[in-house]
Design a protein around this ligand. Structure first.
Ligand code: A2P
Length: 332
């Protein structure tokens, strides 16, 4: 197998550090490895696969050297400026920010769901929003079988999704300190406010879930709504997902469909208090599903409880899985 040159941009951040961990765990075939961040971190060392690497400041010249794949998680404005520079140098960017996700020239990919979209990239591939990724894994097999008409998302999102600063707000807030990242205290609170508010009254996070769902499932007519809430949980996002289908279904068969779909672990034994929990899925790469039950208020509806590690499957693992698919194509 051909070894690749790989860069991690934003290597000192919450997702960036997890990129390194997952690249080590999954043993990607790496020849030359580069870690990049802002000038604030330049010169620090980061250990990877038993070796120390010096953090480079990301500049317009960072991609002058041959780099096959760059995993970006350094915020939207960094991606806006530097992803096109990397792409123009022949480097394939897998970008975790929201900057390129809705660009019609950029595929938005969850490898278990729409790997076919990797075929048309122009050197930038977008990693979906964390809350969208974990929802797509169950929605895809159900949409294929029963055709989804309408989706109602309600999320319970961990502070790690807001990076190191979000994590610090909960940690310090529990000691009585004022928040620095969030607009209100997150300790002992729930904030129905993730990302900025838009003119239609939704938050940007909610619109990301709505728009990204339609793009990934290739269905502009799907009706989707969302309420996204930040909760005082350090890691792993939980979601209540209500689905209405065009076709009728047998509940047993639907549960079997979820059980057999890639990337899913079913924890669906409510009688024995078994359902997915944020605290127990942290550190895992799968999407966990429970509380599967018929929505008795409509003809063909169900409710699901869907939990995943937002930093792993919701960000770093998904991006590394995309990199693995690209490497497979390079070796084909
Ligand atoms: P740095 O640590 O040097 O600020 P998080 O979202 O967890 O806070 O992580 C953000 C990541 O993005 C960090 O690695 C941060 O680097 C990096 N980053 C932020 N701004 C820039 C920039 N202008 N150029 C390169 N990396 C950046």
């Amino acid at each position: 197998m051909k070894k690749i040159n790989l860069a991690v941009v934003g290597a000192t951040g919450m997702v960036g550090r997890t990129f390194l961990k997952i690249l080590e765990e999954r043993q990607l075939p790496i020849e030359n490895f580069y870690v990049m961040a802002s000038s604030r971190s330049a010169g620090k060392t980061i250990s990877f696969n038993g070796k120390d690497y010096v953090v480079e400041e990301l500049t317009e010249n960072s991609f002058d050297k041959p780099i096959d794949i760059a995993l970006f998680s350094a915020g939207g404005s960094t991606s806006e400026k530097f992803a096109p520079i990397a792409a123009a140098h022949g480097c394939i960017v897998i970008d975790n920010s929201s900057q390129w996700r809705m660009d019609p020239e950029v595929p938005l990919v969850v490898p278990e769901v729409n790997p076919e979209d990797l075929s048309w990239h122009k050197n930038i591939i977008a990693n979906p929003n964390c809350s969208t990724i974990q929802a797509m894994v169950p929605l895809k097999p159900l949409d294929e079988k029963y055709k989804i008409k309408r989706v109602v998302y309600s999320t319970y999102q961990a502070v790690s999704g807001a990076g190191l600063a979000g994590w610090a707000d909960l940690e310090n807030g529990l000691k009585g300190e004022e928040p620095k990242k969030f607009p209100h205290a997150i300790a002992n609170n729930c904030l129905p406010h993730i990302d900025v508010f838009l003119e239609n009254g939704y938050t940007k996070e909610e619109m990301k879930m709505i728009d990204e769902t339609k793009k990934i499932l290739h269905d502009d007519n799907m009706r989707v709504t969302a309420t996204t809430v930040r909760v005082p949980v350090f890691n792993s996002h939980s979601e209540s997902i209500n689905l209405e289908f065009e076709k009728p279904f047998e509940l047993d068969e639907l549960i079997e469909t979820l059980k057999n779909a890639p990337g899913i672990v079913l924890l669906n034994d409510s009688a024995n208090n078994e359902y997915p929990l944020a605290a127990s899925v942290t550190g895992r790469d799968e999407v966990f599903i429970g509380r599967v039950r018929r929505d008795e208020s409509v003809d063909n509806g169900i409710n699901l409880w869907v939990v995943a590690d937002n930093i792993r499957k919701g960000a770093a693992t998904n991006a590394v899985q995309i990199a693995e698919e690209i490497i497979k194509k390079m070796n084909a």
